[in-house]
Design a protein around this ligand. Sequence first.
Ligand code: FAD
Length: 397
Amino acid sequence: MLDWLTDDQRALRDMAEAFARKEIEPIANQIDLDEHTPDSLVRKAAELGLYGLYTSQDYGGSGADLVSVCLVSEELAKASPAFAGMLTVQMVLCPKAVEILGTEEQKQRILPASASGERLMAYSQSEPAGAANIGSHLTKIIPDAGANDGYRLDGSKLYCTQGTAMTWLVMGKTRARDGAEGYGCVIVERDDPGFEIAPHENKLGWRGTNTGSIAFNNVRIDEDDILGDLLKGGFSHRAANHANLLAHVATSIGCAQGLFDKTIEYVKDRTLYGKAMSELQPLGYWLAECHSKITACRALLYDTVRQFEAGTVSPEAGNICKAFIGETCFDVCVKLVQMWGGSGIMNSTGVNRYMRDARAKCVAEGATEMHYAIIANQLLHGQPTLVPSNIVKAASA
Ligand SMILES: Cc1cc2nc3c(=O)[nH]c(=O)nc-3n(C[C@H](O)[C@H](O)[C@H](O)COP(=O)(O)OP(=O)(O)OC[C@H]3O[C@@H](n4cnc5c(N)ncnc54)[C@H](O)[C@@H]3O)c2cc1C
């Protein structure tokens, strides 16, 4: 499968596989138990160029295509789905949003440092009213009443995957000085006065990422920290969201494949009742079923990624991949964990973290049902979004 890959794509995949084996696999379970990714791993990934993989060469990245990004994400996720998940936000979503929306000054200021791993970024949209329910979001970016220019940011956000982020892309409802309203995106720095980051949450899966709430109390936003059009920026970087969704899905596949690879070795080595465990019903059948499902998911993902690269992808294709592949990979992980018996339940073996990470992936980047709701909207109303129509109208004006 994937026999159409170019030599460069194969080389990148091999490099990621070797890196994952040498640098991630030995500490992957500790990352999960400690709920912490060591800085040394971030540094090594940065030295390898992973943070700049999808950033264009003009801004210090390697300008790799999305197929390569997905191959790399999948390989890293085989060892640590949590680390790979955090990386897609910092390798794909944030830099691509800056490339799409940013002025030349913003790109020069942010992207080379992001590509080298010195300036990690985070993306903040979710709010208590429901992550995707942006019509009800309360975070506001309004003109600074005490100055002739600039804005003030107020509000709070949930579930932000922070890593060690220095620069934050924050979405919120915007108001221009002439009273026009929209949904924008602003750049906030970690040490900006009024920006507070709460201690991170203890969570089920994706434990190597520190995810938590943030708050903005009258944070000053200079004109050059508005990313894109004040009234549209929060919504008009869909290509970055779509690319990130596909890279995120690649980590779901890597998650299932990583556990599958470990499980098949375990099943081959272990004898029960005097025969190879794989000969017990239904274990051999389950292995075949899991392998078939992972293979089918991979075929769907890379077909979609190639269409994305060719500019022929349908608007809801990422939603289909996210919902269907995410849930299928979770089901696969549940079955694989069962094959380990008691050792699959013990955290020390590093087996069940795959299942927990696979579950977290079905919520992060949009819950499965939200993606199915978008697909249904496209099927029934020709509108591949749940975003309120006034915001869609503003973004396409
Ligand atoms: C590990 C992790 C990391 C995250 N990182 C980030 C981040 O970096 N930045 C960020 O902004 N957000 C982040 N999130 C938030 C994530 O995007 C949201 O949790 C997700 O989109 C679900 O939104 P919600 O939690 O508000 O659930 P809700 O919107 O309250 O939904 C609850 C449930 O209702 C159902 N549902 C929701 N919408 C619909 C619908 N339209 N139709 C039918 N059923 C529906 C689903 O079953 C869903 O699980 C992260 C979440 C997790 C778990």
